[in-house]
Design a protein around this ligand. Structure first.
Ligand code: SF4
Ligand code: ZN
Length: 327
């Protein structure tokens, strides 16, 4: 029997910020003139066809929020980047990446945070994006506003903004310390829709403070919430540890990473609904709840479902069935 450490998660946002910051491990060394990662991935586009997507993780100043589960700050800087750095990062990546018609620019925070991506650089940045049919950036709802329409006006292709809903569970969302309500999320989604900007939504599968037994229901309710907000795409992210805070919450029984089974069932639900592409984030997905024999097959199935946007027959595994893993 494992003992649970006594953890008191603070009540106020300011105390939570301090609590979360005090548990952080070291950040990684990153450079203002180089993206910290870039690659091409296949994704099912709005037309229903799999297409290459140039994906660039920009290095920039850390996000001002302190979300309980966030580990994106690990690859950020403490100061804003110089005014030519983001364009230089794009040049660095585009020189090395094959051609694509869609580009994701993920900056571990909000693209429209003026201290992250200098607004004075929009013209220069957009100049590097003229050949793309779709540009996807990420942003907290608090930074969704006129900067989005200004940037959109500089692009010949479509702009898509990815926002982290995380969960439609109001009490859990509050404890995630994102400083956002469901109403604020909906208002930002409305703004994007009225300005002809597409919306992608990030959803956490089994966030902290949510019982494992409720995880599937709330992943489904979050997908439905995203669809009601007019999202054209949603990504299910299995919640992970690794930022210090999550390890303490895990010790206290307030966080447990989701099993593969929950991710599979939530993903299947998303794919059965029409009008919104649904993706499962399989980036370094650890094996939770599946045996060594079926895990590679289950991962291949999820990859195929990402590309085809339809549920595929479940992998039947005798080993897991006998062990009661739910496969
Ligand atoms: S808003 Fe996003 S990047 Fe910022 S702390 Fe929260 S999860 Fe991390
Ligand atoms: Zn198995």
């Amino acid at each position: 029997m494992t003992s649970r450490a006594a953890v008191t998660f603070p009540e106020t946002a300011e105390e939570r910020d301090r609590w979360i910051l005090s548990r952080r491990p070291a950040r990684n060394p990153v450079h203002a003139y180089e993206p910290y990662a870039f690659f091409t991935e296949e994704e099912c586009g709005p037309s229903g066809n799999a297409e290459p997507v140039a994906t660039i993780f920009l290095t920039n100043r850390e996000c001002p929020f302190r979300c309980t589960m966030c580990d994106l700050w690990k690859n950020t800087l403490l100061a804003s980047v110089p005014s030519d750095a983001i364009s230089a990062q794009l040049d660095f990546a585009f020189r090395r990446l094959p051609a694509a018609q869609t580009v994701k620019l993920y900056n571990s925070g909000s693209f429209f945070d003026p201290r992250a991506i200098p607004p004075g650089d929009y013209l220069e940045i957009a100049g590097r994006l003229q050949k793309f049919e779709r540009v996807i950036v990420e942003c907290h709802p608090a930074f969704v506003g006129d900067a989005c329409t200004r940037f959109r006006g500089l692009l010949p292709g479509r702009l898509e903004v990815a926002m982290g809903l995380e969960t439609a569970h109001p009490a859990v969302l509050q404890k995630l310390n994102k400083r956002m309500t469901l109403e604020q999320f909906t208002a930002a989604a409305d703004f994007l829709r009225k300005n002809d900007i597409d919306l992608r939504v990030f959803i956490l599968v089994q966030p902290p403070f949510l019982a494992a037994s409720d995880a599937l229901e709330w992943a489904i309710r979050s997908l439905d919430f995203a669809r009601d907000c007019g999202a054209t795409a949603a990504t299910l992210i299995p919640t992970r540890g690794g930022n210090g805070a999550m390890e303490d919450l895990s010790q206290a029984g307030l966080f447990k990473p989701p099993s593969l089974d929950v991710l599979e069932r939530a993903f299947e639900h998303g794919l059965r609904q029409r009008g919104m592409r649904t993706f499962a984030d399989l980036w370094e997905l650890p094996n939770r709840g599946a045996c060594e024999q079926c895990f590679p097959q289950r991962l291949s199935r999820l990859r195929a479902m990402n590309l085809r946007q339809e549920p595929l027959p479940a992998i039947v595994c005798d080993v897991c069935r006998q062990a009661g893993c739910g496969a």
